[in-house]
Design a protein around this ligand. Structure first.
Ligand code: NDP
Length: 253
């Protein structure tokens, strides 16, 4: 089997696998953060866990760019910059901004995330930098790119701003949970997840690729059930939790 056949098989299989995982995650919440629990292998420091989980995406994309055939293609370079704008922050800055230094997560979550990120970076990077035909020179003024890029930036901003607000809740050195009250938290319990989903939907549209769509789908697979779990957790933990607040999508769900 040549690499393109293998790539296509992986891409379709990965997409199809997303559906049962999506359903399963509504019943089994991934055990990290407030949902951490025993029985998922030994626990490692969360900061280290985040670096190990996310570094493959940041480093892998650069390697795939170097191994590809589009080093002189401006569109490919822009896609690389978009990806790295997210993943350099997520892998090498976000972990060190986490307030609680002693927090732990199970090794099984780290290993599953390495597989998840490895698959996504391979499918996106290999497609964009090797298998894709060259994007036309006018791609930057095309509707998919303009719309997708705008959504990516919008989602990026919401995600960063929301993660930042969560950090300020522990700026007093506490390790407990409080009710977030700023920005899009007034509408939903998990605006950071909402922003992340918008970001990768934007990516899918800007790249106009099945690999990008598959990654956006998997982001929803991971984050929609988790937003529901977070939302329920907040409602059970705080009697005064705002009843009008939704889980993930402002005013809707
Ligand atoms: P959470 O919102 O669960 O937590 C983010 C951080 O804020 C954690 O350090 C958490 O602490 C802290 N925190 C959360 N809520 C509160 C609160 N009410 N009071 C005080 N502190 C709080 O996000 P995740 O950890 O699940 O994800 C982090 C980032 O990674 C997000 O931006 C998310 O979008 C992204 N992500 C992306 C995925 C994808 O598939 N693309 C998958 C998973 C995450 P603690 O750890 O103690 O709970």
């Amino acid at each position: 089997m040549n690499e393109l056949a293998l790539f296509n098989l992986l891409l379709v299989s990965w997409f199809v696998l997303g559906l049962p995982v999506f359903i399963a995650l509504f019943f089994y919440t991934a055990p990290y953060g407030r949902h951490n629990r025993r029985g998922w292998g030994f626990q490692i420091n969360s900061r280290l866990g985040w670096v190990l989980m996310e570094a493959p995406s940041a480093v892998g994309m650069v390697i795939l760019f170097a191994l590809g055939n589009k080093q002189h293609n401006l569109t490919a370079i822009i896609f690389l910059i978009m990806w790295e704008a997210h993943y350099l922050q997520r892998a090498f800055i976000f972990p060190f901004l986490i307030r609680e230094k002693q927090k732990k997560m199970p090794i099984s979550i780290v290993l599953m995330s390495v597989v998840f990120n490895g698959m996504n970076v391979y499918l996106n990077g290999r497609y964009l930098f090797y298998f894709a035909s060259d994007y036309p020179s006018g791609w930057f003024s095309s509707l998919p790119f303009i719309l997708g890029f705008a959504l990516f930036i919008f989602g990026y901003f919401i995600n960063r701003q929301s993660d930042q607000h969560l950090r300020t809740l522990r700026s007093d050195g506490s390790t407990t949970y409080k009710i977030p009250v700023k920005g899009l938290f007034r509408q939903v319990s998990c605006p950071n997840y909402f922003g992340e989903i918008i970001e990768w939907l934007g990516w899918a549209i800007a790249t106009w690729s099945f690999a990008g769509a598959c990654f956006a789908f998997w982001t929803i697979v991971n984050l929609a059930p988790r937003a529901k779990s977070h939302h329920q957790w907040y409602q059970e933990a705080f009697d005064e939790y705002p009843p009008e607040r939704k889980a993930l999508i402002p005013w809707l769900w």
